[in-house]
Design a protein around this ligand. Structure first.
Ligand SMILES: [Zn+2]
Length: 131
C-alpha cells in the first residue's frame, strides 16, 4: 500500500502535463509506504513511449533520501496516450527491486494514477491512498 499526499499527486500530474507529449518520470521517496518526497526527473529518452532516468541522477536522489533516513518507495512515469497499465517494456525494464511503479495516464478526460509491483515479470496492482 502506498500513501501519497494530495499535493504530491497534483505535482506529479503537473509534471506529466508539462512534459506532454513525452513521457515524464520521477521518484517518490518516504518511509513505510508513506510518500513524503517527490523528485521529478528528466526522461533522457525524450520519448512518448518509454522513459529512462540518468543513472547518475537516480543515484543522487537515492543518496539524498538515504541522508534523510528515507528510501525510494516508487518510480513513476506518465503514459501520455495510453491507459495506466504497465507496457511490455515497463515490465521488462522494471529491474529496481522493492519499489512500486506508479503510472499516470493522461489518455482519458481526467488523469488516472495506478501503482503496481512488478517482480520477475509478474504484475500486481497496489492500492494508492491519497492523504
Ligand atoms: Zn510505461
Amino acid at each position: 500500500m502506498l500513501t501519497i499526499p494530495k499535493e504530491i499527486i497534483d505535482a506529479m500530474i503537473a509534471h506529466a502535463r508539462w512534459d506532454f507529449p513525452l513521457e515524464a518520470c520521477g521518484i517518490l521517496g518516504g518511509t513505510d509506504g508513506l510518500v513524503s518526497d517527490h523528485y521529478p526527473m528528466a526522461n533522457i529518452d525524450q520519448s512518448n513511449e518509454h522513459f529512462m532516468m540518468a543513472p547518475k541522477e537516480q543515484f543522487a536522489v537515492v543518496k539524498e533520501l538515504r541522508a534523510k533516513e528515507k528510501v525510494m518507495l516508487a518510480i513513476y512515469h506518465s503514459h501520455p496516450e495510453t491507459p495506466a497499465r504497465p507496457s511490455e517494456e515497463d515490465i521488462r525494464l522494471a529491474l529496481t527491486p522493492d519499489v512500486a511503479h506508479v503510472i499516470i495516464s493522461l489518455a482519458g478526460a481526467a488523469p488516472d494514477i495506478k501503482a503496481y509491483r512488478i517482480e520477475a515479470g509478474v504484475v500486481t496492482q497496489e492500492p494508492i491512498t491519497i492523504s
